[in-house]
Design a protein around this ligand. Sequence first.
Ligand SMILES: Nc1ncnc2c1ncn2[C@@H]1O[C@H](COP(=O)(O)OP(=O)(O)OP(=O)(O)O)[C@@H](O)[C@H]1O
Ligand SMILES: [Mg+2]
Length: 281
Amino acid sequence: MSLTAEKITYSYNEGTAAERPALRGVSVFVGRGGWVSVVGHTGSGKSTLAQHLNLLLTPKSGKIEIDGKTAVPGSSGARELRRKVGLVFQYPETQFFAETVREEIGFAPSNWGLKKDELEDCVRAAAAAAGLTPEVLESNPFRLSGGQRRRVAIASVIAMKPDYLVLDEPTAGLDAAGVRDLTRMLNEIRAGGLAVVQVTHDLKSALEHSDMMLVLEKGREIYAGTPEETASYLAEHPVKGLVLPPLVRFAGRMRQSGFDIPIISGIPAMLGALSEGARRI
Ligand SMILES: Nc1ncnc2c1ncn2[C@@H]1O[C@H](COP(=O)(O)OP(=O)(O)OP(=O)(O)O)[C@@H](O)[C@H]1O
Ligand SMILES: [Mg+2]
């Protein structure tokens, strides 16, 4: 079971003088329970890719496959496939409309003809998965903190019971504690079997939490690999707008000087490798 984009190309304003390629042959793969981070400078095509993954945009060439089925635009099957991929937009709270969190989270499922108690169960389960306590269900979503609002937005998507969760800059605008909480929550969601695709500027968080990473630059896929491989690549081939954490940069430099240091290890492992290296000198 997987979500795959295969050599996607896409241009906005196609066929007009304003046509600009936004994606030029980009591929990505995430299996159930996986976590892929898509990183890149502003304008590199991250959001355009995210919108392809939930079939909001249709590629000019290439294809999107969900659980082995190719999404054919406009087909009856495409609607069903689309439900499997939940997309949380950047600043999703700007799209809130309801007066209570319960109503906000329950909006999509309320159209499925569920009985009242089934709908309540669905809302509560989605809220809990997103780390919201039942009391918050009575609150006005507009009056919550930034972190809580982001959770409500994520719960609204989880309530649709997707198998894949695509988040466009989920940590944008959150403070350090908010980022930590959100990351913990995403790890729990993933442990429950959902796959996560995270679009982010935050290289540190992507290196720490994903299984795989995709680096985009000007619509091109310039690297795909594990966090370790990606960190090594970026240490040698800096990409505009992607700043490696200082410790990773330092490890990269030490490796270039011949020290056998794991590139994204924690400080203790790094100090151990350094003292081992110093003993040998
Ligand atoms: N609705 C649109 N109409 C025309 N061009 C667009 C539109 N949305 C994006 N673009 C262009 O497509 C390219 C890719 O944009 P996209 O929003 O996917 O990048 P991004 O990596 O998400 O950037 P950011 O980090 O700023 O969110 C950019 O050159 C952008 O200007
Ligand atoms: Mg974007």
